[in-house]
Structures are given as structure tokens and as C-alpha cells.
Design a protein around this ligand. Sequence first.
Ligand code: ADP
Ligand code: MG
Length: 364
Amino acid sequence: MSKQRQLTLDTVSVAFDRNLVVRDIGLELAGGEIGCLLGPSGCGKTTLLRAIAGFEPLAGGEIRLGGRTLSRSGFMLPPERRRVGMVFQDFALFPHLTVAQNIAFGLRRMDRAARRARVDELLELVSMQERRNHYPHQLSGGQQQRVALARAIAPHPDILLLDEPFSSLDTELREALAGEIRQILKREGITAILVTHDQHEAFAMADTIGVMTDGRLAQWDSGYNLYHQPRDPFVADFIGQGVMLPAELTGDGRLKTPLGLLDGRVPQHCEPGCRMQMLLRPDDVIHDDDSELRFEVLAKAFRGAEYLYTLKIDDRHRMLCLVQSHHVHEIGEKIGVRLEVEHLVVFPDPTQYGAPRPDTQTRE
Ligand code: ADP
Ligand code: MG
């Protein structure tokens, strides 16, 4: 079992030609935990991971692992002295080496018997015993990534860094492999950071997820909290699905919305008359044929077990409703819903983030 060391990032910034692409990032990851950096392409995930690995110098802040400083402005422990393991999307296996030889690659300093024992242990860990003498081209993509993982963790790194390790795999395979790799890392007690733009991978693998946008860390939290308590509209929009509706605080502390008066957690410093935006998730809107609250179906998308219906609130506003797929309703039909909105999330002053966008809020 690796020694479990806590990773600390303290106001970390990275610049290319004085252009900050990672800004003031602070987070802590306990030993043995799996963290994830999640965000759209170009937001700085890979740059931050490369800074942790020791390939990019810091413009500011500090990176520590188990109390040891890895990087700070003007100081960089070389990558080979950081005890980091890495798995990349295109970090190909050595094609002329077998599975067992690939895994043994980082173990050259061990004596023969110890190396053999460690390779056997890892082959078992990633369920590749039967293929120890196969060459990479004889393996599926998922098997290759399991071998790449085994090779990276063979020398007992203090931390494992994975950059989009599933991107070249089929969508259906990704989530399953992410879950499988999570179990392997947990069994070995390895501290790890995954970089991905795919929230399903992040949910399947990580204990804590950092949503990044434009070089900043918007929220460092569990998947559950990112979905149910997003800290800002970017996180709300990026994680899960939903719509933003305008809301105005009334004198008695309720929210006036296109759906009528609702109760929600109102941000601090909001006075009556204060304009806000309210996040409505598809699971806040329950289909109920007997409800008198009825809305026209504008669109529907088949999701297997469910249909995702887009419902018309009024000329400017829409909402989403997830319905078991044996309730088939047609476009143009009006369907009944109940709102289950005890935990409405409300954000202050929409003008701070740009006007609400009534028609553009659906997102996978
Ligand atoms: P992500 O991994 O989230 O897609 P990156 O960390 O690769 O994002 O990139 C963040 C930003 O930094 C992008 O705007 C990218 O163009 C820029 N960038 C990345 N690497 C370099 C580099 N070596 N030199 C200059 N700019 C870079
Ligand atoms: Mg990247």
C-alpha cells in the first residue's frame, strides 16, 4: 500500500508568456482520495495537472504533497523526484513489450523476484493475468488503459495523475472503466487526480470534483453538492441539466417566478424587489396526469428509461421534466406536473452574469 499523502494547492497560478491560464487555485485532497478537475476544453485542467507533475513552473502559489513542497514560484522539484505516476489518453504502451514487460518497466531497480511478484500482483489487480504475454496491439482500448494504469502505479507513486484517460474509448465503456479504475485505486489506497471534460466520468470515479472555468476553480465539492448546491450559475449550467428562470423577491420573502410564487433559499443581501435567477432541475418537475398545473410539450428526447420533455411555461420560458418512458405524450399536448421545489437554488442579480437565457439552458 502506498503511503497516503495529502495534496495541497495553495493559490496556484500558471502563466504562459505572462498570460495567466491557471489562476489562484486552492484545494486539498486527503491521502487515498480521488479528486477530479472537470471543465470545458481550454479551461486549464491539463496545465494544472502538468504543474502538479512538475512540467510547468508556477507563476504564484505553492504545491505540497505530504508536507513536502513540490513547486512554488522560483522552485520546482524535478518530475522524477516527485513520485508521481501518470496515465494520459495518448500515453501509449510500448508496442514491442508484452503486458508484463510494460508493467515491469518502472521496476528496473527491484531485484528479479520482487519485480516478478509486483507484476503478478498488478496483473491480478487489473484482471490481466491471462494476457501477461500479449502485446498491446492484441488488446482492446479498455485493456490497454488498464495496463497503462498498472504500469503507472507499479512503483507505488505518492500520487497518480490521469489526463483524459478514457477519451479514446467508446462512450458506453468510459463510465464502466472509470468505476473499475476507482475500485482499483481504492484497493491500493492511491491518491489520484483525474482530468476530464465528462461529468459522468467524474461522478463515476472521483470523491471530490473541482469544476474549472477560464483558469479558475469555481467549486471544489462532491458530485452531489455540485448538482444540488452549485455555487454559481456556471456550475449550475455545466453540471446536470436544468433551466434558469427569473425570480423576484417579494415583501414576504417568497419568490415571484413565471411558475408563480415559490419558496427558495434567498441569497444574502437581497431586499424585496431584488431580481435573481432560479435553477430548476428536471427532477424538480414531477409529471402527474392528475395535476391541474398543465404545460404544453415543446420537445421530447428519448433517454431509454425516461423521456426528457421540454415544457412551455410561457412565451419566454421553458422547463424540463424527466418522465418514465412508458408515459408517452406527444409534442403539442398539455401534460400535468407538480413542482417539488423545496430546495430551489437561487443566484443573485442576473445582470452580474448576463441576462437569463430562456431558450438555451438544456445541456447534457
Ligand atoms: P484543458 O486541459 O482544460 O483543455 P489546457 O490546460 O490544455 O486546457 O489549456 C489552457 C489554456 O492554456 C488554453 O488557452 C491553451 O491554449 C493554453 N496553453 C496550454 N499550453 C500552452 C503552452 N504550452 N503555451 C501557451 N499556451 C498554452
Ligand atoms: Mg487537457
